[in-house]
Ligand binder design. Structure first.
Ligand code: ZN
Length: 294
């Protein structure tokens, strides 16, 4: 069933787990993550980067998602990841996606607040949730972002702006980064705890790939209820493809459907592990009963 991102995250917060929010690149990875969530009876947020939606087109992306999700026995939301581009936001809001991340972390504070208000008004009029990011989450992901922390604010400032803009989910800087970690990051679950005392909206953790089960548990205990995973999908996808191609080359046998199956299996396996770490296993029925459908 197609679901609301904020309602799923609220259910997760209430029940002490986090909804896996997984970036997919095509129908193969989409079906792979849906299969992992169905197998675990877990709620799921499917995320699409701006780069991917531009590559596939909004219509194909939306239709492919609907076909994969509408009859699934779990709640599944469709979310636009990191988007600073208002035109793309307008596009997917019109297409009826569940939610968008309006990434205003490249704007100064006054512009970030003003434009976030505008996006919230536009999205809410269409029943679409808005995740807000005004601080940089370090690292470049699919061409969006920066390796330097350009904008950083206090938790009080973040809470005030979240209240004034009326956003549905909040993505603060929590010590994590996009991509693969070269050194162990300094994680900030205390920042989640302080924010959660000030605002009653779901808090999102970005840059999840490479953290341990204990790291995730600490963030969830502090109040995180949506965790984004992207790099783990890309790694599983490309390594399975590379392994397949090594064998294909050695045997001089070229069969794309076999490679697609192997990629799908590898992505499903990688995401199954994360679903378990996030404590989301078995929560699909409870979330559906709580009315997370849209
Ligand atoms: Zn992110």
């Amino acid at each position: 069933m197609i679901a609301s991102t904020s309602a799923m995250a609220a259910h997760a917060r209430e029940h002490g787990y986090a909804v896996p929010a997984v970036n997919v690149l095509d129908d193969i990875s989409l079906r792979a993550v849906v299969a992992a969530a169905v197998e675990a009876s877990a709620p799921l947020i499917v995320q699409i980067s701006v780069k991917t939606v531009k590559q596939l087109g909004t219509e194909l992306t939306t239709t492919t998602f609907r076909l994969a999700a509408q009859d699934a026995p779990i709640p599944v939301a469709l979310h636009l990841d990191h988007c600073p581009d208002r035109a793309v936001i307008s596009d997917v809001v019109a297409a009826g996606w569940s939610s968008v991340l309006f990434d205003a972390s490249d704007r100064d504070l006054a512009d970030a607040e003003r434009e976030t208000c505008e996006v919230v008004a536009q999205a809410h009029a269409a029943g679409v949730d808005v995740e807000s990011e005004i601080e940089n989450i370090v690292g470049v992901e699919d061409g969006v972002g920066s390796d330097v922390a350009l904008h950083a604010y206090s938790v009080e400032q973040l809470a005030d702006i979240a209240k004034r803009t009326g956003v549905d989910l909040l993505a603060p800087q929590l010590g994590t980064a996009h991509g693969q970690y070269k050194a162990r990051p300094v994680l900030l679950p205390d920042r989640v705890r302080r924010l959660a005392e000030l605002v009653d909206i779901p808090i999102v953790l970005h840059g999840g790939t490479g953290l341990t089960a204990e790291d995730f548990h600490a963030f969830i205990a502090a109040g995180v209820s949506k965790i984004n995973i992207s790099t783990a999908v890309k790694m599983a996808y490309m390594k399975a493809a590379a392994d397949h191609l090594d064998v294909a080359r050695a045997k001089d046998k070229w069969d794309p459907p076999t490679m697609f199956r192997q990629i799908q299996g590898a992505v499903t396996e990688a995401i199954a592990t994360h679903i378990e770490w996030f404590g989301a296993t078995g929560h699909a029925a409870g979330a559906l009963a709580a009315g997370v459908g849209r």
